[in-house]
Design a protein around this ligand. Sequence first.
Ligand SMILES: C[S@@+](CC[C@H](N)C(=O)[O-])C[C@H]1O[C@@H](n2cnc3c(N)ncnc32)[C@H](O)[C@@H]1O
Length: 261
Amino acid sequence: MQRDDFAPGTVWLVGAGPGDPDLLTMKAVKLIECADIVFHDALVGAGILSLIPSKTETVSVGKRSGRHSKDQRTIDAMLVEAAAAGKRVVRLKGGDPSIFGRSAEELRALRNAGYPVSICPGITTACAAAASAGISLTLRGVARDVRFVTAHSQRGAALDVDWHSLAGGGSTLAFYMGREVAGEIMRGLMRAGMAGDTSVLIACHVSDPAEQRLTTRLDLLELATRSFAADAPTLIVVGAAVTQAHVARAGLPNVARSTHG
Ligand SMILES: C[S@@+](CC[C@H](N)C(=O)[O-])C[C@H]1O[C@@H](n2cnc3c(N)ncnc32)[C@H](O)[C@@H]1O
């Protein structure tokens, strides 16, 4: 990828990974270096933003749970406007753009307006959390599949989730945006028949120097998340595959915690 391969008036949706700049793809780095303008989410950290050349225009569109500074339509319109101005546009998104990243809306808006748009994948948080914890999300004979689940709901509304389908399949469940509704996840899975002693990994600030991980059991998920995760970006992984997690034992019963590395 050279600057000539990035034509003016085109847009790249670029996965920034979970936070560690070393987890960016080489293509993502080249696109960031070639862009005229970079739009980024709030969860894209300082280490990655520092790779944007100082001459490049940088716009925070600030999306974080409960704190959306720009609504999706405004972001779509900003991308179209930048492409129409003949800029090389990078839209930098946390993790992978195709996982709970609202990329479909941005792709549609740009295509409808007639501007070429491409996607550069990134490492999604569940894969990075599994790597940090030293586990495999699939486990031969135990976890035949992985499910990426959004725990986001309209404020005040119950989660629109098929708990029986999640609880019954022997899957590894990776819940994104689950911190605020950890109790609902716990009760939904247990009412649907999942055992209270099913292993759970709570991973905050994954891949960042501030990363912290806690392993616990499903019936302690609400309590553990409340005391451990506070305000941090948090991924919750549920399933037998988590039992392999490599973490140091702490004093709490049924709970083990570890920091980054
Ligand atoms: C809107 S989703 C975007 C997911 C992203 N596209 C991905 O592939 O990881 C945002 C949620 O991802 C999770 N998340 C993103 N980055 C994280 C990190 N570094 N550590 C823990 N969770 C993270 C949190 O659950 C957060 O609420």
